[in-house]
Design a protein around this ligand. Structure first.
Ligand SMILES: [Zn+2]
Length: 255
């Protein structure tokens, strides 16, 4: 019997507790060629995208969630979800193969439900970033940028509250993503500030590769600056944390 890339899995809804089917991709069909600078996986087989299947959408009540959502519902939360989501849900199924548009819709549902349920910022950030990647596949740049901005803000919230701790996301990764997503939306000041925070951690971080990536991005930003600014902007890598920390904001050098 031929094995297909997809299989169906039964899921219990966190809200209404009913069962529904969702589609998953068999891992043997998923091979990653490379990653972009914001960790988007580029798959060898462009036809099969497991990112489309991360969100479980309950076809009974509309509550949409991922494996990362907590099982805990704060008091009153179920009533609120019933009012804001389930009562307005027009039953439909996302249980079969999904198009990119379907995938985007499911992520938006996940962000909406996760926000109402007050899921951790780190989780909402991850959903927004994946939404941006799907828009990138469609070359819808304005939408991609909008969701990159949402992801950046939620990662910044997560860094302030520390709610990433205990998840798979390290502090180094969170800082790097805040910086890189800021760079992508043209918020250069923010990007420099947060790349610096990553580079500061080079002696203690368990993720030297991310620190190196931060240095590369930093270098790119520096290369894009005009020559007069570069004198201030250019802490040599060997200068270490002092040089980087004391770097003035490049805009100030234009005056
Ligand atoms: Zn449900």
């Amino acid at each position: 019997m031929e094995i297909t890339p997809y299989y169906q899995k039964s899921i219990e809804c966190l809200h209404c507790k009913k069962q529904f089917k969702t589609t998953k991709v068999r891992s043997k069909f998923v091979k990653v060629d490379s990653y972009t600078s914001d960790f988007q996986p580029i798959y060898q087989n462009k036809e099969i995208n497991p990112l489309l299947y991360n969100i479980f959408v309950c076809n009974h009540c509309g509550f949409s969630f991922t494996e990362e959502f907590s099982k805990y519902f704060a008091p009153g939360m179920n009533d609120e979800i019933q009012k804001k989501i389930a009562n307005k849900w027009v039953p439909r199924s996302y249980g079969n193969e999904r198009s990119i548009d379907d995938g985007i819709n499911t992520y938006k549902l996940g962000i909406f439900c996760g926000t109402i349920k007050k899921e951790k910022s780190i989780n909402i950030a991850g959903l927004a970033l994946r939404t941006a990647w799907l828009y990138r596949l469609q070359q819808k740049h304005a939408d991609e940028r909008r969701f990159i901005g949402i992801a950046r803000d939620r990662y910044a919230d997560s860094y302030s509250s520390g709610d990433f701790s205990g998840t798979q996301m390290s502090e180094t990764r969170v800082l790097y993503l805040i910086a890189e997503l800021s760079r992508r939306i043209g918020d250069v000041e923010y990007a420099i500030r947060y790349f610096s925070k990553v580079i500061e951690k080079q002696s203690t971080s368990l993720e030297p590769k991310i620190v190196e990536m931060a240095k590369d991005r930093w270098q790119e930003i520096r290369d894009n600056k005009n020559k007069s600014a570069s004198a201030y902007l250019c802490p040599d890598r060997q200068m270490g944390r002092e040089g980087i920390l004391s770097t003035p904001h490049p805009v100030a050098t234009d005056a």
